[in-house]
Write a new protein. Structure first.
Length: 396
C-alpha cells in the first residue's frame, strides 16, 4: 500500500493478449496451445493414414500433404488473425489450403472432409467480411461435392463448416476492434501528454516571462545608474530582488499544483489500473468539486490512489466498487469516497504505513478515514469537507 498501482505489471502478464503478437516464448506457447486444441478434427485423417488402407507412396504423399496443410493453416492464423488484410500473404496461404483440402479429400476419402473446417476457419479469420461471406459457402459447397464422390452425407459437417467459419468472422472483427481500441488509447495518451507539455510551457511562460523581462530591464537600468546615481541603482537592485523572490514563490506554487493529485486524473488512472489488473471496476462519474478546497481534493485523490493500490497489490479481489457521495453532517457538508472490494483484505497486522500516512493527510485537510473488513471483502471510506471552513460559518 505504498506505490501507485499504475506501476503494477505483475497480473496483466497473466491475461490473454487479444490481438497482440506474442512477446516471449511463454506467450507463443500459450497461443499455439490455444490454436492446437482445435486440431482435434485432424484425428480422422491421421487415423486414415495409420490404418494401412493406402499404399506406401500414397501414405507418404498424404502425410506430406497433411503436414503442408497444417503448416499453412497455423502460419495463416497465427500471423494474420485480427491484423490488417495482407493480400499477397493471405491469398497465397489460402490458395494452398484451398488446393490441398479438396485434393486430399478427393484422393483419400471422406475421413479427410474435416480439412474444410480449417479452410472455413482460415477464411473467416483472415479475409475481409465480404470476401469471407463468399469464400465460406464456396468451401461448404466444395465439401458437399467431394462428399458425394465418396457417398458421404456429411450432414453435420455441412452445418459445422459454415457455422464455424461465420463465427470466426465475428471473432476476427472483435480482435480487429480490440487492436484499434488499443491503438486509440495509445493515441489519446500521447495527445494528453502533448497537451500537458503545452500547458506546462504556457504556465512557465506566463509565470516567468514577465518577471524575467522585468529583471532584465531593471538590471540594465541599474547598470546605467550605478556610476552617477548609486542610491537609485541600489533601489533597482532591491526591486530586482523582490521580483525574483516573487517569481520563485510563483514557480513553487505551480510545481506544488502539478504534484497535487487531481481527482479527474486519479479516476482515469484508477480505471486503467483496475482493468489492467483484471479487476472488474464499477466507477462513478466525476463528482461536483465546486467549492471543495484544493487540499481536500488532493487528500481525496491520495485516498483513491492508496485504496486502489491496496486492491491491486494486496487484496486478491476481482471486483471493486468506487463511489463518491455528498453528505450533510453536523460538521457541515462532506464529500465521501468509498472503495470496496471482494478480496481478502490484506494482513491482520493492523494498519500499514500507507493507511497511517493517509489518515494524517486527511486529518490535515479536515477529513477522516475509516478502513476495515466487511462480510465480503475490504472497505475504505475517506471524508473531506466539501466547502471551506469559513464558508460553512457564513452559511454558504
Amino acid at each position: 500500500m505504498t506505490e501507485d498501482p499504475r506501476g503494477c505489471e505483475k497480473r496483466p502478464e497473466q491475461q490473454v493478449r487479444i490481438g497482440q503478437a506474442p512477446l516471449n516464448r511463454r506467450e507463443l506457447a500459450v497461443k499455439l496451445l490455444w490454436i492446437g486444441v482445435w486440431l482435434v478434427f485432424l484425428s480422422s485423417p491421421v487415423k486414415d493414414l495409420a490404418s494401412g488402407h493406402h499404399t506406401t507412396a500414397a501414405t507418404a504423399a498424404g502425410a506430406i500433404g497433411l503436414t503442408a496443410f497444417v503448416a499453412a493453416y497455423l502460419t495463416l492464423v497465427i500471423r494474420n488473425m485480427g491484423r490488417s488484410f495482407s493480400p499477397r500473404l493471405v491469398v497465397s496461404l489460402l490458395s494452398v489450403l484451398g488446393v490441398l483440402a479438396p485434393l486430399l479429400a478427393y484422393a483419400f476419402g471422406g475421413a479427410w472432409l474435416g480439412l474444410f473446417i480449417y479452410l472455413s476457419v482460415a477464411c473467416g479469420a483472415t479475409l475481409p467480411v465480404r470476401a469471407a461471406f463468399a469464400a465460406i459457402p464456396a468451401a461448404t459447397a466444395a465439401m458437399f461435392l467431394i462428399g458425394m464422390r465418396w457417398h458421404e452425407k456429411a450432414d453435420e459437417s455441412l452445418l459445422l463448416v459454415p457455422l464455424i467459419g461465420f463465427a470466426m468472422v465475428g471473432v476476427g472483427q472483435l480482435v480487429r476492434t480490440t487492436v484499434e481500441l488499443r491503438k486509440a488509447r495509445a493515441t489519446v495518451a500521447h495527445l494528453a501528454a502533448n497537451e500537458e507539455r503545452l500547458r506546462l510551457a504556457r504556465d512557465l511562460h506566463d509565470l516567468l516571462g514577465h518577471s524575467l523581462s522585468l529583471i532584465t530591464l531593471k538590471s540594465e537600468l541599474a547598470g546605467r545608474m550605478l556610476p552617477d546615481h548609486p542610491d537609485k541603482a541600489a533601489q533597482q537592485v532591491a526591486d530586482i530582488e523582490q521580483v525574483s523572490r516573487q517569481a520563485l514563490v510563483d514557480v513553487r506554487e505551480a510545481v506544488t499544483g502539478y504534484r497535487r493529485p487531481r481527482l479527474a486524473a486519479e479516476l482515469a488512472g484508477t480505471q486503467v489500473a483496475l482493468t489492467a489488473a483484471g479487476v472488474t471496476a464499477e466507477m462513478p462519474a466525476e463528482p461536483d468539486l465546486t467549492g471543495v478546497p484544493e487540499e481536500a481534493e488532493s487528500a481525496l485523490g491520495w485516498a483513491l490512489r492508496e485504496a486502489v493500490t491496496n486492491v491491486v497489490r494486496h487484496s486478491g479481489a476481482d471486483k471493486c466498487l468506487v463511489r463518491f457521495t455528498h453528505r450533510q453532517t453536523l460538521d457541515g457538508p462532506m464529500l465521501e469516497l468509498s472503495v470496496e472490494d471482494n478480496g481478502a483484505g490484506g494482513t491482520n497486522n493492523g494498519p500499514g504505513n500507507g493507511l497511517t500516512g493517509l489518515t494524517e493527510r486527511l486529518e490535515k485537510a479536515g477529513g477522516t478515514l475509516e478502513a476495515g473488513r466487511t462480510r465480503h471483502g475490504f472497505r475504505l471510506v475517506a471524508r473531506v469537507p466539501a466547502v471551506r471552513a469559513g464558508d460553512v460559518g457564513s452559511g454558504a
